[in-house]
Design a protein around this ligand. Structure first.
Ligand code: THU
Length: 132
């Protein structure tokens, strides 16, 4: 059922290669495992109208939802460089992840040398907004 960190990171790294990042030149890949052990991936997709660009996490979450997934067990985000260190999800994506996370959800932030840091959603987005 569970996928090893290394395998999830590999999937995110492969997804990152598909990034459509012609404006920022910053490529991001995300891979997540849902509650049923299914893998879903996404990459950032930018747009000439800059605010319309979407993050890698958003793509992976949309792929999970269309397959019937409801919870993120673990999500890996690959991006960045040695300069910025591991690519943590942006603020909006923290809220996106929180929608489908619980206290056991693991978030892996990986830099392009393969080093990673591990977070809970509570660590990344304390006191997050939820509706009942
Ligand atoms: N980006 C992501 O895909 N995920 C994040 O969590 C951080 C930022 C993308 C958005 C944009 O295409 C590029 O990285 C630079 O911000």
């Amino acid at each position: 059922m569970s996928i090893a960190n290394e395998d999830l990171i590999r999937a995110a790294t492969e997804a990152r290669e598909q990034a459509y990042n012609r404006y920022s030149h910053f490529a991001v890949g995300a891979a997540l495992v849902d509650e049923a052990g299914r893998l879903h991936v996404g990459c950032n997709v930018e747009n000439a109208a800059y605010p319309l660009g979407s993050c890698a996490e958003a793509g992976a979450i949309a792929a999970m939802v269309i397959e019937g997934g409801t919870r993120i067990a673990k999500i890996a985000v690959v991006g960045g460089s040695g300069e910025i260190g591991p690519c943590t999800p942006c603020g909006g994506c923290r809220q996106r992840i929180a929608e489908f996370a619980d206290q056991d959800t693991i978030i892996l932030a990986i830099d392009d040398s393969g080093e990673w840091q591990e977070y809970s959603i509570e660590a990344l987005l304390p006191a997050s907004f939820h509706l009942p």
